[in-house]
Design a protein around this ligand. Structure first.
Ligand SMILES: Cc1ncc(COP(=O)(O)O)c(C=O)c1O
Length: 346
């Protein structure tokens, strides 16, 4: 019998959204971008197909780190590149959390946090969001090595104003991680806090707004000493040559990303209105997905019926989320198809 660590034996692995493919499948379950990455990205990736691939990439992804520093107006010492922001979350936990250290976060939120804390043998202290998903005031009374605020939050899509996050940061001992995976679809970012507070770490990804989920690129912004500590525990060559080139090209065409975000934000309003017309309560979304609920009405059968009709949406079978669906904002055509299928199910 193989013996694995007891915490690993006991834990459930992360369950990603289904990656079903097919020409007729409408995939609205993993918050991917329905539009392609910038043309410059495709050219940069093609240019990587050379014998240079026999060489390791730059360990700190320096060209991408420098490009991110330029675009986000910080010094490169304040930037770390990850193999997706999931990789950066892993580095955060490895660096800051050991046996019995406490990590605080409001829930429901991104379920990976719980898993990464468990792997470190740390303890998650979760504070329930109220029904409207505003940040629970009780967070201010907690202590812990790390506080994570996912903003906009997943799966709710709701947004906490940056000045509310700042009140949590001020005077707090531990590190406040702001997971901004969806922030390009939101009104504001906590990035300015990084310059003012040593204990803030902002995580970004190119998976959503920049249409690069398949490339795996995340960016962390924090004070240089924290960035240097995180870099110590990362995999040696955590970002591939191809990803470095793609990331630089994506950041170079910021306007492309902004155009796609504007289209998604417009479609988001249509989607929310269509769902409300079908008697769903829809929380105000600042992300590229919406959270739609029918109180007390388990949505698992609806998710299954949509799936049978070739439309994938996300359902979470937990007590607080079972009566809701998380639906990614696709193209207008995809949203029309989803709404038509939902109407047909009635
Ligand atoms: C809140 C949140 N953080 C982080 C991630 C991970 O993103 P990445 O693709 O950069 O690893 C996701 C992915 O869905 C997410 O929803």
């Amino acid at each position: 019998m193989i013996k694995v660590r007891p915490v690993v034996e006991r834990m459930h692995g992360y369950v990603p959204g289904e990656q079903l493919r097919g020409a007729s499948v409408v995939k609205l379950n993993t918050n991917e971008n329905p539009y392609p990455p910038a043309p410059g990205v495709l050219a940069a990736v093609a240019a990587c197909a050379s014998e240079e691939l026999r060489r390791y990439p730059d360990p700190m992804a320096t060209p991408l780190r420098d490009a991110a520093a330029r675009v986000y107006d910080v010094t490169p010492e304040r930037v770390l590149v990850g193999n997706g922001s999931d990789d950066l979350l892993t580095m955060v936990m490895r660096t800051l959390v050991g046996g019995d250290d406490v990590v605080v976060y409001p829930e429901p939120t991104y379920s990976l946090y719980d898993m990464l804390v468990t792997i470190q043998e740390g303890r998650s202290l979760t504070i329930p969001f109220p029904a409207d998903f505003t940040l629970p005031p009780a967070l201010a009374d907690t202590t812990g090595r790390v506080l994570i605020v996912c903003n906009p939050n997943s799966p709710s899509g709701t947004f906490t104003p940056v000045d509310v996050i700042e009140t949590l940061v001020r005077g707090r001992d531990g590190v406040v991680v702001v997971d901004e995976a969806y922030v390009d679809f939101a009104p504001a970012s906590a990035l300015p806090l990084v310059a003012r507070y040593d204990n803030v770490l902002v995580l970004r990804t190119l998976s959503k707004s920049f249409s690069l989920a398949g490339m795996r690129i995340g960016l962390a912004f924090g004070q240089p000493a924290l960035i240097a500590a995180l870099a110590k525990v990362k995999d040696s060559y955590n970002v591939s040559r191809v990803a470095i080139a793609a990331g630089v090209a994506a950041l170079d065409d910021y306007a492309w990303m902004e155009r796609n975000v504007a289209r998604i934000v417009a479609t988001r309003a249509r989607l929310a209105a269509g769902l409300r017309a079908l008697d769903y309560e829809v929380l105000p979304s600042a992300a590229n997905f919406v959270f739609a609920r029918r109180r007390g009405d388990d949505q698992a059968p609806v998710q299954a019926a949509l799936r049978a009709r070739g439309v994938l949406v996300r359902h979470f079978a937990t007590p607080r989320l079972a009566d809701a669906l998380r639906i990614t904002v696709g193209t207008d055509d995809e949203i029309d198809r989803l709404l038509a299928e939902l109407r047909a199910l009635r």
